[in-house]
Design a protein. Structure first.
Length: 151
């Protein structure tokens, strides 16, 4: 008797087209997110991380630019010491011109480097604060049939 039922069920299922078959039920696991289906799942990105990382990059870049300014400043100082030992007026004018150009380059590099370091410090601090807030904030709201937990 059971073998006849199996044979009948096998013939019936063979005649059903794939479009007529019901979709398989969704698999449920212990890690299933309980957000309503119309909302996307929460993001794994931590808020503020990109801001903090950008700030760290700007800190490093600004420090590099300021260091380049210090090196150019050392070259400008070298021109000044060369000027003290030079007696030829044409050579003295040339050393003064080169020294002025190097001094301007030093000022620009140090100013730009300092500005970038300041912006980087602000972004790093802002991103770190946002990350701390995001970690502390756990909002639980009852929504319709499910429960939504936002981290």
């Amino acid at each position: 008797m059971p073998s006849q039922r199996i044979a009948v069920l096998t013939r019936v299922t063979a005649t059903i087209t794939p479009t007529e078959r019901a979709p398989p039920p969704p698999r449920v696991s212990s890690t299933t997110n309980i957000t309503p289906p119309d909302e996307p799942p929460p993001s794994n990105r931590v808020k503020g991380r990109a801001t903090r990382d950008t700030g760290i990059g700007l800190l490093a870049g600004g420090a590099g630019i300021a260091a380049a300014g210090a090196i150019v400043g050392a070259f400008a100082q070298r021109r000044e010491s060369d000027l003290l030992g030079e007696d030829d007026p044409a050579e003295r004018r040339d050393l003064v011109d080169r020294g002025r150009r190097l001094a301007v380059a030093t000022d620009v590099l140090l100013s730009v480097g300092a500005a970038i370091v300041i912006v980087g410090a602000v972004l790093t601090a802002t991103g770190a604060v946002r990350m701390r807030r995001a970690r502390r904030q756990v909002a639980v709201q009852a929504m319709g049939p499910g429960l939504r937990v936002a981290f």
